[in-house]
Design a protein around this ligand. Structure first.
Ligand SMILES: Nc1ncnc2c1ncn2[C@@H]1O[C@H](COP(=O)(O)OP(=O)(O)OP(=O)(O)O)[C@@H](O)[C@H]1O
Ligand SMILES: O=C(O)c1ccc[n+]([C@@H]2O[C@H](COP(=O)([O-])O)[C@@H](O)[C@H]2O)c1
Length: 211
Protein backbone atom coordinates (compact mmCIF):
# COMPACT_ATOMS: atom_id res chain seq x y z
CA UNK A 1 0.00 0.00 0.00
CA UNK A 2 1.37 3.45 -0.92
CA UNK A 3 1.84 6.26 1.54
CA UNK A 4 -1.02 8.18 -0.03
CA UNK A 5 -3.47 5.31 0.57
CA UNK A 6 -3.67 5.95 4.30
CA UNK A 7 -7.06 7.17 5.55
CA UNK A 8 -7.33 10.84 4.75
CA UNK A 9 -8.78 12.18 7.97
CA UNK A 10 -10.14 11.46 11.41
CA UNK A 11 -13.33 9.44 11.88
CA UNK A 12 -16.47 11.51 11.40
CA UNK A 13 -18.20 12.71 14.58
CA UNK A 14 -21.86 11.62 14.80
CA UNK A 15 -23.94 14.21 12.98
CA UNK A 16 -20.92 15.81 11.30
CA UNK A 17 -20.81 16.10 7.51
CA UNK A 18 -19.06 13.14 5.90
CA UNK A 19 -15.86 13.62 3.94
CA UNK A 20 -16.46 13.71 0.22
CA UNK A 21 -13.85 11.83 -1.80
CA UNK A 22 -13.75 12.00 -5.58
CA UNK A 23 -12.19 9.03 -7.35
CA UNK A 24 -10.89 9.33 -10.89
CA UNK A 25 -9.83 6.00 -12.35
CA UNK A 26 -7.93 5.85 -15.60
CA UNK A 27 -5.14 4.27 -17.55
CA UNK A 28 -3.45 7.68 -17.69
CA UNK A 29 -1.10 6.68 -20.53
CA UNK A 30 -0.30 9.56 -20.29
CA UNK A 31 -2.37 11.72 -17.92
CA UNK A 32 -3.37 14.96 -19.72
CA UNK A 33 -5.11 18.24 -19.03
CA UNK A 34 -8.52 16.80 -19.97
CA UNK A 35 -8.30 14.53 -16.90
CA UNK A 36 -7.08 17.33 -14.63
CA UNK A 37 -9.69 19.87 -15.69
CA UNK A 38 -12.49 17.31 -15.29
CA UNK A 39 -11.32 16.45 -11.75
CA UNK A 40 -10.89 20.08 -10.75
CA UNK A 41 -14.29 21.11 -12.09
CA UNK A 42 -16.12 18.20 -10.40
CA UNK A 43 -14.29 18.93 -7.12
CA UNK A 44 -15.59 22.49 -7.24
CA UNK A 45 -19.16 21.67 -8.31
CA UNK A 46 -19.56 18.81 -5.79
CA UNK A 47 -17.63 20.37 -2.89
CA UNK A 48 -15.24 17.43 -2.77
CA UNK A 49 -12.58 17.41 -0.05
CA UNK A 50 -10.16 15.47 -2.24
CA UNK A 51 -9.88 13.85 -5.65
CA UNK A 52 -7.91 10.62 -5.72
CA UNK A 53 -6.50 9.56 -9.09
CA UNK A 54 -6.32 5.77 -9.37
CA UNK A 55 -4.19 4.50 -12.27
CA UNK A 56 -5.30 1.08 -13.51
CA UNK A 57 -3.17 -2.00 -13.03
CA UNK A 58 -4.23 -4.03 -16.08
CA UNK A 59 -7.04 -2.29 -17.97
CA UNK A 60 -8.76 -5.44 -19.30
CA UNK A 61 -10.85 -3.62 -21.88
CA UNK A 62 -7.61 -2.24 -23.39
CA UNK A 63 -5.89 -5.64 -23.56
CA UNK A 64 -5.79 -5.39 -27.39
CA UNK A 65 -3.62 -2.26 -27.05
CA UNK A 66 -0.06 -1.77 -25.83
CA UNK A 67 -0.20 -0.09 -22.43
CA UNK A 68 2.89 1.46 -20.80
CA UNK A 69 4.25 -0.06 -17.58
CA UNK A 70 2.09 0.72 -14.56
CA UNK A 71 5.01 2.39 -12.75
CA UNK A 72 5.46 4.89 -15.58
CA UNK A 73 1.73 5.68 -15.63
CA UNK A 74 1.71 5.98 -11.83
CA UNK A 75 4.72 8.33 -11.76
CA UNK A 76 3.28 10.55 -14.50
CA UNK A 77 0.06 10.79 -12.48
CA UNK A 78 2.01 11.77 -9.36
CA UNK A 79 4.00 14.40 -11.30
CA UNK A 80 0.82 15.85 -12.84
CA UNK A 81 -1.09 16.14 -9.56
CA UNK A 82 1.72 16.94 -7.08
CA UNK A 83 1.13 20.68 -6.91
CA UNK A 84 -2.59 20.51 -6.15
CA UNK A 85 -3.23 20.01 -2.41
CA UNK A 86 -6.70 18.58 -3.19
CA UNK A 87 -5.34 15.87 -5.50
CA UNK A 88 -3.80 12.56 -4.46
CA UNK A 89 -2.81 9.33 -6.22
CA UNK A 90 -3.54 5.79 -5.09
CA UNK A 91 -1.65 2.63 -6.04
CA UNK A 92 -4.47 0.27 -5.02
CA UNK A 93 -5.34 -0.93 -8.52
CA UNK A 94 -1.67 -1.41 -9.40
CA UNK A 95 -0.72 -3.18 -6.17
CA UNK A 96 -3.77 -5.50 -6.18
CA UNK A 97 -2.36 -7.15 -9.31
CA UNK A 98 -4.29 -8.76 -12.13
CA UNK A 99 -7.03 -7.19 -14.17
CA UNK A 100 -8.49 -3.98 -12.84
CA UNK A 101 -12.18 -3.88 -11.99
CA UNK A 102 -13.76 -0.76 -10.53
CA UNK A 103 -15.88 -2.91 -8.24
CA UNK A 104 -12.63 -3.90 -6.45
CA UNK A 105 -11.41 -0.29 -6.39
CA UNK A 106 -14.60 0.91 -4.74
CA UNK A 107 -14.81 -2.00 -2.27
CA UNK A 108 -11.22 -1.35 -1.18
CA UNK A 109 -11.74 2.39 -0.87
CA UNK A 110 -14.94 1.91 1.13
CA UNK A 111 -13.17 -0.27 3.65
CA UNK A 112 -10.19 2.13 3.85
CA UNK A 113 -12.43 5.22 4.18
CA UNK A 114 -15.57 4.06 6.02
CA UNK A 115 -16.89 7.50 6.95
CA UNK A 116 -16.55 8.94 3.49
CA UNK A 117 -18.93 9.42 0.58
CA UNK A 118 -17.35 8.29 -2.70
CA UNK A 119 -17.90 10.02 -6.04
CA UNK A 120 -16.55 8.14 -9.07
CA UNK A 121 -15.73 10.48 -11.97
CA UNK A 122 -15.90 9.22 -15.56
CA UNK A 123 -15.84 10.84 -18.98
CA UNK A 124 -18.83 10.47 -21.29
CA UNK A 125 -17.12 7.66 -23.23
CA UNK A 126 -16.41 5.56 -20.14
CA UNK A 127 -19.89 6.21 -18.72
CA UNK A 128 -21.39 4.83 -21.93
CA UNK A 129 -19.49 1.56 -21.36
CA UNK A 130 -20.30 1.13 -17.70
CA UNK A 131 -22.88 -1.62 -18.15
CA UNK A 132 -20.06 -3.79 -19.61
CA UNK A 133 -18.02 -3.45 -16.39
CA UNK A 134 -17.81 -6.29 -13.86
CA UNK A 135 -20.71 -6.33 -11.33
CA UNK A 136 -22.07 -3.15 -12.93
CA UNK A 137 -25.29 -3.16 -10.92
CA UNK A 138 -23.43 -3.17 -7.59
CA UNK A 139 -21.17 -0.23 -8.49
CA UNK A 140 -23.90 2.28 -7.79
CA UNK A 141 -24.37 1.13 -4.20
CA UNK A 142 -20.72 1.91 -3.44
CA UNK A 143 -20.33 5.35 -5.03
CA UNK A 144 -22.25 8.12 -6.68
CA UNK A 145 -21.18 8.31 -10.33
CA UNK A 146 -20.42 11.61 -12.04
CA UNK A 147 -20.30 11.58 -15.83
CA UNK A 148 -18.55 14.54 -17.42
CA UNK A 149 -18.77 15.94 -20.93
CA UNK A 150 -16.00 15.09 -23.37
CA UNK A 151 -15.67 16.43 -26.93
CA UNK A 152 -16.75 13.82 -29.50
CA UNK A 153 -18.89 11.85 -27.06
CA UNK A 154 -22.53 12.14 -26.02
CA UNK A 155 -23.10 12.39 -22.30
CA UNK A 156 -26.10 10.24 -21.33
CA UNK A 157 -27.07 7.68 -18.71
CA UNK A 158 -29.56 5.29 -20.33
CA UNK A 159 -30.06 2.12 -18.31
CA UNK A 160 -28.23 3.46 -15.27
CA UNK A 161 -30.01 3.58 -11.91
CA UNK A 162 -32.04 6.69 -11.22
CA UNK A 163 -30.28 8.90 -8.68
CA UNK A 164 -27.03 6.97 -9.09
CA UNK A 165 -25.46 9.25 -11.66
CA UNK A 166 -25.03 13.00 -12.13
CA UNK A 167 -24.20 14.46 -15.53
CA UNK A 168 -21.91 17.46 -15.43
CA UNK A 169 -20.62 19.88 -18.04
CA UNK A 170 -16.88 20.58 -17.78
CA UNK A 171 -14.72 22.87 -19.94
CA UNK A 172 -14.23 21.08 -23.26
CA UNK A 173 -10.69 19.89 -23.91
CA UNK A 174 -10.36 17.75 -27.04
CA UNK A 175 -7.35 15.87 -25.70
CA UNK A 176 -6.92 12.09 -25.50
CA UNK A 177 -4.05 9.91 -24.37
CA UNK A 178 -4.24 8.15 -27.74
CA UNK A 179 -3.61 11.44 -29.53
CA UNK A 180 -0.77 12.37 -27.13
CA UNK A 181 0.95 9.02 -27.78
CA UNK A 182 0.53 9.43 -31.55
CA UNK A 183 1.97 12.94 -31.40
CA UNK A 184 5.07 11.78 -29.51
CA UNK A 185 5.52 8.90 -31.97
CA UNK A 186 5.32 11.36 -34.87
CA UNK A 187 7.75 13.77 -33.22
CA UNK A 188 5.03 16.39 -32.64
CA UNK A 189 4.92 18.41 -29.40
CA UNK A 190 2.65 17.55 -26.48
CA UNK A 191 3.51 20.74 -24.56
CA UNK A 192 0.34 22.22 -23.02
CA UNK A 193 -1.66 19.04 -23.72
CA UNK A 194 -0.02 17.38 -20.70
CA UNK A 195 1.67 19.06 -17.71
CA UNK A 196 5.28 20.18 -18.30
CA UNK A 197 6.71 17.58 -15.92
CA UNK A 198 4.90 14.84 -17.85
CA UNK A 199 6.41 16.08 -21.14
CA UNK A 200 9.85 15.80 -19.54
CA UNK A 201 9.10 12.36 -18.04
CA UNK A 202 7.93 11.02 -21.45
CA UNK A 203 11.16 12.32 -22.96
CA UNK A 204 13.38 10.95 -20.19
CA UNK A 205 11.83 7.48 -20.34
CA UNK A 206 11.52 7.58 -24.16
CA UNK A 207 7.86 6.58 -23.97
CA UNK A 208 5.67 6.21 -27.09
CA UNK A 209 8.52 6.77 -29.55
CA UNK A 210 8.23 3.46 -31.34
CA UNK A 211 4.43 3.40 -31.65
N1 LIG B 1 -10.57 15.20 -22.51
C1 LIG B 1 -11.33 14.61 -21.57
N2 LIG B 1 -12.40 15.23 -21.04
C2 LIG B 1 -13.18 14.61 -20.11
N3 LIG B 1 -12.94 13.36 -19.61
C3 LIG B 1 -11.87 12.70 -20.08
C4 LIG B 1 -11.01 13.28 -21.08
N4 LIG B 1 -10.03 12.40 -21.36
C5 LIG B 1 -10.27 11.32 -20.61
N5 LIG B 1 -11.37 11.47 -19.84
C6 LIG B 1 -11.92 10.50 -18.89
O1 LIG B 1 -10.88 10.18 -17.96
C7 LIG B 1 -10.95 8.80 -17.57
C8 LIG B 1 -9.62 8.10 -17.84
O2 LIG B 1 -9.37 8.19 -19.22
P1 LIG B 1 -8.15 7.47 -19.93
O3 LIG B 1 -6.98 7.38 -19.00
O4 LIG B 1 -8.61 6.23 -20.60
O5 LIG B 1 -7.77 8.60 -21.02
P2 LIG B 1 -8.10 8.63 -22.57
O6 LIG B 1 -7.64 9.94 -23.08
O7 LIG B 1 -9.52 8.24 -22.81
O8 LIG B 1 -7.13 7.46 -23.07
P3 LIG B 1 -7.06 6.65 -24.44
O9 LIG B 1 -7.09 7.65 -25.57
O10 LIG B 1 -5.76 5.90 -24.35
O11 LIG B 1 -8.25 5.72 -24.47
C9 LIG B 1 -12.11 8.20 -18.37
O12 LIG B 1 -13.27 8.24 -17.55
C10 LIG B 1 -12.27 9.17 -19.53
O13 LIG B 1 -13.58 9.17 -20.04
O1 LIG C 1 -14.74 -2.59 -13.78
C1 LIG C 1 -14.57 -2.83 -14.98
O2 LIG C 1 -14.90 -3.91 -15.49
C2 LIG C 1 -13.97 -1.72 -15.84
C3 LIG C 1 -13.84 -1.86 -17.22
C4 LIG C 1 -13.27 -0.83 -17.95
C5 LIG C 1 -12.83 0.33 -17.31
N1 LIG C 1 -13.00 0.44 -15.96
C6 LIG C 1 -12.50 1.62 -15.25
O3 LIG C 1 -12.83 2.80 -15.95
C7 LIG C 1 -11.84 3.80 -15.67
C8 LIG C 1 -11.37 4.37 -16.99
O4 LIG C 1 -10.75 3.33 -17.69
P1 LIG C 1 -9.93 3.56 -19.04
O5 LIG C 1 -9.57 2.17 -19.48
O6 LIG C 1 -10.89 4.27 -19.97
O7 LIG C 1 -8.75 4.37 -18.70
C9 LIG C 1 -10.73 3.09 -14.88
O8 LIG C 1 -10.91 3.36 -13.51
C10 LIG C 1 -11.00 1.62 -15.18
O9 LIG C 1 -10.56 0.73 -14.16
C11 LIG C 1 -13.55 -0.55 -15.24
Amino acid sequence: MGEQDTPTGPQTEPGAAKRRLGVMGGTFDPIHHGHLVAASEVAAQFQLDEVMFVPTGEPWQKSHKTVSPAEDRYLMTVIATAENPQFSVSRIDIDRGGKTYTIDTLRDLRSMHPDTDLFFITGADALGQILTWRDAEELFSLAHFIGVTRPGHTLADPGLPEGGVSLVEVPALAISSTDCRARVAAGDPVWYLVPDGVVRYIDKRELYRGE
